[in-house]
Design a protein around this ligand. Structure first.
Ligand code: HEM
Length: 479
């Protein structure tokens, strides 16, 4: 329960005996800001804290350490038992949760599907089609009725539809909106719960107490049953279609045709894990990257008008139905790419990453790491760090992404760690960036959005960075 003192590392004091447990409890709904302030307040990039029932965690934003952990000493830092314990019943042994051989075969299998031609020809086509449906069925209606629209919810539905179609061959007609909404609600509840479990070492007791005290509330078990029913259903449907002579080349078919780490075909449970890991990876992160970028544009009209000028110059009506042209166009849009990078710096869709050390180690900044130490990389804290980004770190300034010569500046993945670094670098970076830029450009071309007043836009603590209360907007068609 108690951990050795580590005088060599800057330590957040907390309360005698209880350590940082009360602080973690107090900040459980704003934990990313707490992590970000942790290093800022001491003017150091590495620190530690320990609490009752919480193992020692060493937090760092120092890019030299990040590069060391994620790339140079990759084999020494694994996901470990805490993440597995908290996320195991949702993600199983899928790519996000797995280490070693179980991770390796999934990475190899998925890599085949994530190539440029596949994005350009298939995914951009699917996205453009679903974008059109969202526009006519949802946004045009909001423009006509003049009622506020929850753009956060509409965009999550659109990315879910696109990923279901691209990855698992499920088209809009295959599932009712009600089924999708049920799945989404339960999947989101499970994701939020993963983080609350990591922060609350007594979660088994509190979750069962909740069942007793609030029997009307949907329990985690019930949410998991809904998520399981959906994902096993996707696998079952595909097995039926294959038995009837169907032919597929999507992500699910790749995993069905591969062998696992024991050289055996994947069973239904392993395929269920594939479905859920990829829905989590693709739908949420991409939707949130679009929403936070739009939010920053709504708050910064000067940036929005500059981007609109670039959109007008680059995108034509014909491109909205030509995936290959659209793909090439958004790649050329320098300002749009800078806006996107800047929005992700402030709002990383994966806000933190946790690892555990297998062996003692020494980090480039001199921090002594002991076997079984937990490591927290706060991407949220890193993006807002004045040490790394200067005094204006918390301001939204896409201009910081340009060199003096006007070319787009690239940043090392250990400092702008949005898509991870090293062997576990995000497999969907190009896909997500393309979809986000296509979506943002098409929406801004067609509509003029205004944030509805009297709403608090803030994040929800979960595995990704959703908006807690959504984002309500008023919409007008652009002339
Ligand atoms: C803006 C959108 C996205 C962001 C910010 C993002 C970020 C990340 C990050 C930080 C990781 C490392 C997570 C960890 O190790 O715990 C990761 C891994 C991963 N991402 Fe993404 N991602 C995005 C979109 C996507 C998309 C669209 C896909 C594809 C469906 C995808 C697929 C994956 C996969 C499969 C991994 C696991 C890689 C591995 O462990 O080898 N991501 N992503």
């Amino acid at each position: 329960m108690f951990s050795d003192s580590r005088d060599d590392i800057l330590t957040a004091g907390g309360i005698p005996l209880l350590g940082i447990t009360p602080a973690i409890f107090k900040h459980r709904h704003t934990i990313h800001d707490y992590f970000a302030s942790f290093c800022d307040q001491f003017d150091k990039m590495t620190g530690t804290g320990v609490g009752i029932g919480i193992p020692r965690a060493i937090l760092t934003t120092d890019p030299r350490n990040v590069d060391h952990i994620l790339r140079l000493k990759f084999e020494n830092y694994i996901k470990g038992p805490i993440v597995d314990d908290a996320a195991g019943d949702l993600l199983g042994h899928g790519i996000f949760n797995a280490d070693g051989e179980v991770w390796r075969y999934q990475r190899k299998t998925a890599s085949h599907i994530f190539n440029i031609k596949n994005f350009r020809d298939n995914f951009t086509t699917v996205s453009l089609r679903n974008l059109k449906s969202m526009s006519t069925d949802v946004i045009d209606v909001a423009a006509q009725t003049k009622l506020p629209l929850d753009l956060h919810s509409a965009i999550h539905k659109y990315t879910l539809d696109s990923f279901l179609e691209f990855s698992f061959g499920i088209s809009l007609e295959d599932m009712t909106d009600e089924d999708k909404a049920k799945f989404t609600t339960s999947f989101d509840a499970c994701q939020r719960n993963v983080i609350q479990r990591i922060l609350n070492p007594a979660y088994r007791v509190t979750e069962s107490l909740e069942g007793w005290l609030m029997p009307w509330k949907t329990s985690m078990k019930q949410h998991l049953d809904i998520v399981d029913k959906f994902s096993f259903g996707v696998v079952e449907q595909r097995r039926l279609e294959l038995a009837n002579g169907g032919e597929y080349t999507d992500l699910l078919s790749r995993f069905m045709g591969t062998k696992n780490h024991k050289d055996q075909p994947l069973c239904d449970k392993e395929l269920r894990d594939v479905v859920l890991n990829f829905v989590g990876a693709g739908r949420d992160t991409t939707a949130q990257s679009i929403c936070w970028t739009l939010y920053e544009l709504f708050l910064n009209p000067g940036v929005k008008y500059k981007l609109l000028a670039e959109i007008k110059e680059t995108i034509t009506d014909e491109m909205e139905t030509d995936a290959a042209e659209m793909y090439e166009a958004v790649k050329r849009m320098k300002y749009a790419n800078a806006v996107f990078r800047e929005a992700l710096r402030l709002h990383p869709p994966v806000p933190f990453n946790a690892k555990v050390a297998l062996q003692d180690d020494v980090w480039p900044d001199g921090t002594q790491i002991k076997k079984n130490d937990y490591i927290v990389l706060t991407l949220f804290g890193q993006g807002r760090s004045q040490d790394l980004w200067g005094e204006d770190a918390k301001e939204f300034k896409p201009e910081r992404w340009f060199t003096k010569e006007g070319t787009l500046r690239s940043e090392s993945p250990s400092k702008w760690n949005i898509f991870n670094a090293g062997p576990r670098t995000c497999i969907g970076q190009v896909l997500a960036t393309t979809v986000a830029l296509v979506t943002i450009s098409s929406l801004l071309r067609r509509y003029d959005f205004k944030l509805a007043p009297d709403q608090e836009i803030t994040y929800q603590v979960a595995m990704t960075l959703p908006m807690k209360n959504g984002m309500k907007v008023y919409v007008k068609q652009r002339k």
